[in-house]
Design a protein around this ligand. Structure first.
Ligand code: OOB
Length: 530
């Protein structure tokens, strides 16, 4: 479900959508910056010309292997230079990446492959002590549509990547370029269809708002398949500006500080717990961090206290970012007054991002400055999830606003302050956990009658997950047993409940309702009190 034709015409006329694909973008970047460094990672260092050629060869190799324009391919790669050559190769072949995170396991991968009817899975072999190729092959054997598994680093992949380049038709810039993942609140993650035109608009403006220049160096600290380090401004924003991308294998301070010093990193983006860890580590590091100009912090709320410490500790400017894979991204601007940078999550990228702050019950606009639920619509915010008609009926208003599930206040200058959340999601330091997804895993255990998963405040991560569980008659499941059970169902480690509380029954709410929503609210209130 894309934009209505009159709306699309407006975005074209405004110059937001320019009819360029990501493949064509790389071609024009290469014309301008051929011999400049595009990406660095491990022992690899590619110029724009080298990245461009690799992407051409991979595109041809993918087509020769039988993939056709429009085919979906689940892509699960860590922060390595090949992430970029493969993604641009897929874009040139018209093949749609489905961006899985390295943390995802069998359960998530299978869902992405099934739901998108993926034709292939592209991954790595062993990474961070997990056999990704093995998991991908297991999924391929269970999902009929998946005809091949390509393992970056294998001889087969090297052969594919050596294919002679060939002319391929450029895909439709207004067509879907890839599928991102939603943090989700109900069941399994939804897939988010983003087009070349809409995404490129957000990338172009993000690069400008974050001050990226050809001599900037962007450190990809967080996993680049996530929307934030991919495009806000991320690796794509950096490339858009002709800058260099440095792929960090891990986001810890030791690794990041070593790379900042070695490569002269000028800008990077982290989540609040990581910012806090870097601030602490900066006090006792010998590394020279003086090249760092801007640290973006987002993905979860950056508290005032942390915000105040970042500039002095790291010798750089803080830029807050509040965004979502569905579209809308807000930034504090580099020339905003301190009060705005420290106390808000910024304002939208586009003058054509429409913002409504409404009463969650009635959808009526609240008074200016009051807290309400954030609805948004605009030139790079989706109008519907991929193959999810039923969910779309409630996730969007009839006139196409996306219900973000975030509670915000709007300042007179248009900045938003995120004050809470109305959706059934736990934001575990930027990693999103859908309560219902975890509840479904718990309820698959024979000793569990009912489960409700809620957020508990945590000084480091902001929130952790607590699973309240009612045992089946005569059963007495333990926390460790249930955590192990969830882990062994093949889910990302960040979704395994941090705490498990076994209770005889769930609290009954005032109105005597037993709906999950009410229970979660009651339990969350209880958890907060404790
Ligand atoms: C980013 O994207 P997602 O899709 O993983 O998560 C979106 C949700 C938002 O709806 C909000 O609940 C939360 O993450 N969030 C924040 C926040 N940034 C994101 N909550 C409070 N303060 C912030 N600064 O997380 C994402 C995508 C693009 C850029 C940055 C983050």
């Amino acid at each position: 479900m894309l934009w209505p034709p009159q709306v699309a015409a407006r975005h074209r006329a405004a110059g937001h959508w320019r009819g360029q694909t990501f493949g064509a973008l790389l071609t024009s970047l290469t014309a301008a910056y051929a011999d400049r460094t595009a990406v660095v990672g491990g022992d690899t260092r590619w110029t724009y010309a080298e990245l461009d050629e690799r992407a051409h060869r991979i595109a041809a190799g993918l087509v020769n292997s039988g993939l056709a324009p429009g085919d979906r391919v689940v892509l699960q790669l860590p922060n390595i230079p090949e992430f970029l050559s493969v993604v641009f190769g897929m874009w040139r072949a018209g093949v749609l990446p489905v961006f899985a995170l390295p943390a995802h396991r069998h359960s998530e991968l299978r869902h992405f492959a099934e739901h998108s009817e993926a034709a292939a899975i592209i991954t790595v072999g062993e990474h961070e002590r997990h056999d990704h190729a093995g998991t991908a092959r297991a999924v391929a054997s269970e999902v009929d549509s998946v005809r091949q598994v390509l393992v970056v680093g294998s001889p087969e992949f090297d052969e594919l990547a050596a294919t002679a380049p060939r002319e391929l038709p450029d895909p439709d810039p207004e067509g879907v370029a890839f599928l991102q993942l939603s943090g989700g609140s109900t069941g399994l993650p939804k897939l988010i269809p983003r087009t070349h035109d809409d995404y490129l608009y957000s990338v172009r403006e993000s690069a400008r708002i974050c001050g990226l220049r050809p001599d900037s160096v962007y450190l990809a600290a967080l996993p680049v398949s996530h929307n934030y380090p991919l495009s806000s401004p991320g690796v794509l924003g950096a490339l858009h500006a002709g800058a260099a991308v440095v792929m960090a294998p891990r986001p810890d301070a030791d690794t990041a500080f070593r790379l900042i010093e070695a490569e002269g990193v000028t800008i990077t983006g982290v989540v609040p717990p990581l910012a806090a860890a870097w601030v602490q580590a900066a006090a006792r590091t010998d590394r020279d961090l003086s090249s760092l100009e801007v640290l973006l912090v987002g993905g979860a709320k950056c508290g005032r206290e942390l915000a105040e410490r970042i500039g002095p500790a790291l010798g750089c400017q803080l830029q807050q970012v509040f965004g979502m894979a569905e579209g809308l991204v807000c930034y504090t601007r580099l020339d905003d007054p301190e009060e705005i940078v420290l106390g808000t999550q910024g304002r939208p990228i586009s003058p054509d991002d429409e913002i409504r702050v409404v009463d969650p019950e009635t959808d009526a606009d609240v008074a200016p400055g009051e807290t309400g639920a954030l609805l948004t619509r605009g030139p790079y915010t989706i109008r519907g999830y991929y193959r999810a008609a039923e969910h779309n009926a409630t996730a969007f208003t009839p006139d196409g606003f996306y219900r973000t599930g975030d509670l915000v206040r709007r300042m007179p200058g248009g900045q938003l302050e995120v004050v809470g959340r109305a959706k059934e999601q736990i934001n575990r330091g930027g990693e999103k956990v859908a309560a219902e997804e975890v509840e479904n895993h718990l309820m698959a255990h024979q000793s569990v009658l009912d489960a409700a998963v809620v957020a508990v405040p945590d000084p480091y991560l902001g929130e952790r997950t607590c699973a309240y569980v009612v045992p089946a008659a005569g059963a007495s499941p333990t926390g460790p047993e249930l955590r192990k059970f969830v882990r062994e169902r093949g889910v990302a480690a960040f979704k395994v409940p941090d705490l498990v509380e076994v209770v005889e029954q769930f609290p009954v709410t005032g109105v005597g309702k037993t709906s999950k929503r009410e229970l979660r609210a009651a339990l969350a209130a209880l958890a907060r009190k404790e």
